[in-house]
Design a protein around this ligand. Structure first.
Ligand code: IVH
Length: 646
């Protein structure tokens, strides 16, 4: 293939990956082609084209940003907060124009950006600034993969949108920053805005920013509806919002808002409301502007997920790896229907860096189902009675001396009760041996009565030993023993996962099983590194675990007799390698259907995305069904699924 064909192919791969969320190939193939291009461009610099994906980030570090004017003003939006205000807003708009409909989409919580294209090329990227002029950050915008460098439209065009960081990427960035003892970002919005204004575009590139277009400035597109204009924009290579709808009036708008609000945690990015815009461009223009806002649009805000509360105490948790993590106990606060009583603190350095004191007023942020975080200390509200927190030097459980590894503080005592109890709970948990009824309280009781000291001891428990314990009636005791018995002969990956090897989770355990079955005790580092997803750290951790625990693992294996088979590649079938989601009630438990589909080589996921190939739905299917339909995912009934298979 010629150089330009390679550039086109790589751009196509990147578009499918970053814009459509639907990769055409593996990372490996992409990287190989990328490196081939880099090599060619280094040897033939004169042939290099500026829309090559290798040219997104240059070596230049800017010494500041220049101010630059938007071609047309970037407005902000009037906020509304409840049904009454929605009703009033709709009445007001209805008086200005008749026969209108509305285009509703999420309000993304990030940093706004204006992209100016001319002759099909990205000319300038400007931050919102005061709406009239902002900072020119074109080099950084080029580093965002979902911003096309070239588009198939030659006229002058301003595409406006929000630059966001997905919640998962945000957590990763902060985990990484905590490890490196750097200050954490308070929320994804700050992280996005900060990343956009880096003088070194390489930093911007490393932050996995995503551009979500929401409108146009200067343009001469002759399209009557905003919804259709946006459709056209997506065909130029921009990302589609995760949800959008054309609506008629109050009822439909309110229903769509409610749906978006109740599902806000499930979105990959932070949303802080829903934007309602008049769909008819002509009507929009007729309505005009107030000093601050366009009359044709408003932001229907979601209830806040940031609240002010007080730090009452800082407790310590000891995990199964011995890591000691501080947790803030806060004045109970209701955030969007959930009473928050604890907030995570990454590590002790984080307490120092933020100078969190007992009694401090703080802002907490709840996003998704993750534990809320303290994002800010309101130091100006201090009374002087707040007390600084002193780092522990001893394990709060076993009192042995703690090892301070910088970002991590560890209890090194393998026999530490917290470590033992947590390891056993993990062993029994759903993703491991799934031992029904063996919760933390029971494990604690067995441990306190010296019936168990490790997971192997569980399998030598006798009925009369259990019956002798307080609160252990016959039925409960028999259930525990039979659950333990049925955990024998489990799938091999569950056995490996249950060992709780640091850095080797469920996916790693499955890969190990697929490649070596239970022969994993004798693998070499070379063999491990050759497995997809196994890096240096994971491989080292596994080998070290085997070195220290070989005898114990063998004994456990003899007792538990996990399936000693390498996973065989599933035969060809319509669901092999397909991503599937199950929803609604079915003729048998979804767990069983999941297992059946997995044995056919399907990947069964918990949530619908553009990557989903099939949604299988039973009775009373809810939001997952709606989402699948809106994303164009093929939805089939359980019966249809079975018909396809037979
Ligand atoms: S439309 C004329 N749509 O919210 C309308 N804005 O408060 C101008 N934002 O500065 C904005 N998601 O940065 C619009 N779907 C969306 C949005 C959105 C986020 C931001 C945008 C703007 C601010 C307005």
């Amino acid at each position: 293939m010629s150089y330009l064909q390679d550039v086109d192919l790589l751009n196509k791969y990147a578009y499918h990956y970053y814009v459509l969320d639907d990769p055409l190939t593996t990372d490996e193939v992409y990287d190989e082609l990328y490196h081939k291009l880099v090599a060619y461009e280094t040897d033939n610099p004169l042939e290099c084209v500026d829309y090559s994906p290798t040219q997104r980030v240059g070596d230049m570090i800017s010494d500041g940003f220049n101010k630059s004017k938007h071609l047309s003003r970037m407005w902000s939006l009037e906020d509304i907060f409840n049904v009454d205000e929605l009703d009033k807003w709709l009445t007001k708009v209805g008086k200005l124009s008749e026969n209108i409909s509305f285009y509703c989409e999420p309000k993304f919580d990030g940093a706004s950006l204006n992209l100016i294209y001319e002759d099909g090329k990205l000319l300038r990227a400007i931050t919102r600034g005061d709406g009239v002029e902002g900072e020119e950050i074109t080099q950084n915008a080029r580093a965002i993969n979902s911003i096309p460098l070239r588009i198939a439209y030659q006229g002058l065009l301003e595409v406006r949108g929000e630059v966001v960081i997905f919640k998962k990427a945000f957590d990763k960035i902060n985990d990484e920053r905590a490890k490196n003892e750097e200050a954490l970002f308070a929320n994804p919005r700050n992280a996005a805005a900060g990343s956009l204004r880096q003088l070194d575009a390489k930093i911007t590139a490393s932050r996995n920013l995503v551009f979500l277009p929401y409108g146009l400035g200067e343009n001469s597109l002759e399209i009557e509806l905003l919804s259709q204009k946006m459709e056209y924009i997506y065909t130029l290579g921009f990302r589609r919002p995760p949800d959008a709808k054309e609506t008629k009036g109050f009822k439909e708008i309110e229903a769509f808002y409610e749906k978006m609000r109740s599902e806000r945690d499930a979105y990959e990015m932070m949303l802080d409301g829903m934007v309602i815009k008049v769909d008819q461009i002509e009507a929009q223009e007729e309505m005009g502007y107030t000093v601050k806002f366009p009359r044709h649009a408003c932001a229907y805000k979601f209830p806040a997920i940031e609240k002010i509360t007080t730090v009452r105490d800082i407790l310590l948790q000891v995990g199964r790896s011995g890591a000691v993590t501080p947790v803030a106990i806060v004045e109970p606060t209701n955030i969007e229907g959930v009473v928050v009583e604890r907030a995570s603190l990454h590590n002790f350095d984080e307490i120092d860096r933020k100078d969190i004191r007992l009694g401090d007023k703080v802002i907490i942020l709840r996003s998704g189902d993750v534990i809320p975080k303290i994002t800010k200390v309101l130091t100006h509200e201090r009374s002087g009675l707040e007390t600084p927190y002193l780092r522990p030097t001893q394990c709060p459980i076993c009192e042995s001396e703690l090892l301070d590894e910088g970002a991590l503080t560890k209890c090194q005592n393998l026999q530490c009760e917290a470590r033992v109890i947590n390891s056993i709970s993990y062993f029994a948990s759903k993703a491991c041996l799934n031992i029904d009824g063996l919760g933390e309280k029971i494990i604690q009781a067995l441990f306190d009565n010296k019936l168990i000291a490790n997971v192997l001891d569980l399998y030598f428990l006798k009925l009369d030993q259990l019956l002798a314990l307080e609160g252990f009636k016959e039925k409960k005791s028999k259930n525990i023993l039979s659950a333990l018995e049925s955990s024998k002969g489990s799938e091999c990956w569950r056995f490996i996962n249950a060992l709780g090897i640091e850095h080797v989770g469920e996916v790693g355990s499955k890969e190990l099983c697929k490649n070596f079955g239970l022969d994993f005790l004798d693998v070499t580092k070379e063999q491990l590194i050759s497995i997809d997803g196994f890096g240096e750290e994971m491989s080292e951790s596994l080998l070290e675990f085997i070195r220290v625990n070989r005898e114990f693992i063998i004994k456990l294996e003899e007792t538990l007799k996990p399936e000693h088979i390498k996973q065989v590649e599933a035969a060809e079938n319509p669901f092999k390698d397909k991503v599937m989601v199950l929803t609604g009630s079915m003729s048998e438990s979804r767990g069983l259907i999941k297992t059946m589909l997995e044995s056919l080589g399907a990947k069964v996921s918990g949530s619908v995305s553009k990557k989903t190939d099939f949604l299988v739905y039973g009775e009373d299917a809810g939001s997952k069904y709606d989402k699948a339909i809106s994303l164009g995912v093929e939805a089939i009934t359980e019966t249809q699924m079975r018909e396809i298979l037979s």
